[in-house]
Write a protein that binds this ligand. Structure first.
Ligand SMILES: [Zn+2]
Length: 363
């Protein structure tokens, strides 16, 4: 049992001072209470900064970790696609293991991880991070049956995994439809609820014409969906998407990756003003030099009027909801096991992130 406190605690009721969180040995939060005399409390670990729940990286490709630094930035989207084609095949598992450990020590609790092969299965099974593996149907040579067997292999090895289409532009209509209609199969493979899709969406002007109309024409309205990137999304696209889906839609933004590839910035204020569910992803090390969630928040901050509390919600409960893990993680509440992460480097007067902002796992 550990009793932990800090200047501020991120709770569903806001950023609160003077709180002590009691965490059981198995990571479950058993008590949160207010203390007027923190100085006089015996056996309390006090941390300088803000305690937040473990973060959720809603979009990553861990199997591309060995590509760090290999594809130059600023070439635009078409050049990035060519760079990926020329990049070394296979996965440096050692790089993936290193970055998995780094995310854990940074305080990441769960990851939505796209995969095209088995390379990362073993490390994800052993990792303390909770992974949802999105087995991707990708490219002209896409094979839905192969993806389904990869999903079965992942589930068989103890991972949580579902099939998803890479994007509208990279797949034939037939393969896209096959990918988004696999919900029943995913359920048969061990997921109890209709499983989420993770679709690269409107990442650049390179995309097929009217991706929003194509998305809603081809995707069942009861599939929860993570739309990833959204750089060129307009109000019209949002209206088309939100009019269609009955299941939750999460708009995942990966600003560091966008900056690396195309120099675009996701329209975070537009997403916010529409009251949409927002989550944060780092994307892969092919288009980012780190898998730091704080770096993503720092890149978004100049482009949004969101408070720190709201932005931290995107990085925590937003991702947990998107991955269907919010019953256990994503917020600091009694009964959950969300992990505890210290966010330091915040201007405590203005409650803004400074350039020195960083996170560190406490539990
Ligand atoms: Zn991606």
């Amino acid at each position: 049992m550990r009793r932990i406190s800090s200047h501020l605690l991120l709770t569903p009721q806001g950023l609160l001072p003077g709180r002590i969180v009691t965490v059981a040995d198995d990571g479950r939060i058993v008590d949160i209470h207010t203390s007027r005399h923190l100085d006089g409390e015996a056996g309390v670990e006090f941390y300088s900064g803000i305690l937040i729940p473990g973060m959720v990286n809603a979009h990553c490709h861990l199997e591309l970790s060995h590509l760090r630094g290999l594809i130059p930035s600023g070439g635009g989207f078409a050049a990035f696609v060519e760079g990926m084609k020329a990049a070394p095949r296979g996965c440096g598992v050692e790089a993936a293991e290193m970055w998995d450990a780094r995310m854990w020590s940074d305080g990441v609790q769960a990851v939505g991880d796209v995969c095209n092969g088995v390379a990362t299965f073993e490390l994800k099974r052993r990792s303390p991070i909770r992974y949802h593996s999105f087995v991707e149907i990708f490219g002209a040579a896409a094979n839905p049956a192969k993806a389904a067997s990869l999903r079965d292999e992942a589930v068989g090895s103890g991972l949580r995994a579902t099939v998803t289409p890479h994007s509208l532009y990279s797949l034939s209509r037939e393969n896209f439809i096959a990918a988004v209609n696999g919900g029943a199969e995913d359920q048969a493979a061990g997921l109890t609820e209709n499983s989420p899709l993770s679709i690269h969406f409107m990442e650049s002007g390179f995309e097929v014409s009217d991706p929003a109309a194509r998305l809603v024409a081809q995707t069942p309205k009861d599939r929860p969906v993570l739309l990833v990137h959204n750089c060129t999304v307009t109000q019209r696209d949002i209206d088309i998407v939100m009019d269609h889906f009955a299941a939750p839609v999460t708009w995942v933004v990966c600003p560091a990756s966008n900056r690396h590839i195309s120099g675009l910035t996701p329209p975070i204020e537009l997403l916010r003003k529409n009251g949409l569910r927002i989550a944060i992803g780092t994307d892969s090390l092919a288009s980012n030099d780190t898998l730091s969630m704080v770096k993503e928040l720092l890149l978004l901050a100049p482009h949004t009027a969101a408070t720190l509390e709201e932005m931290l919600g995107w990085a925590t409960i937003g991702g947990a909801r998107a991955l269907g893990m919010d019953d256990a993680i994503g917020s600091i509440e009694v009964g959950k096991s969300p992990g505890l992460t210290l966010l330091a480097g915040v201007d405590m007067q203005t409650l803004r992130l400074t350039e020195k902002a960083r996170t560190q796992r406490i539990i």
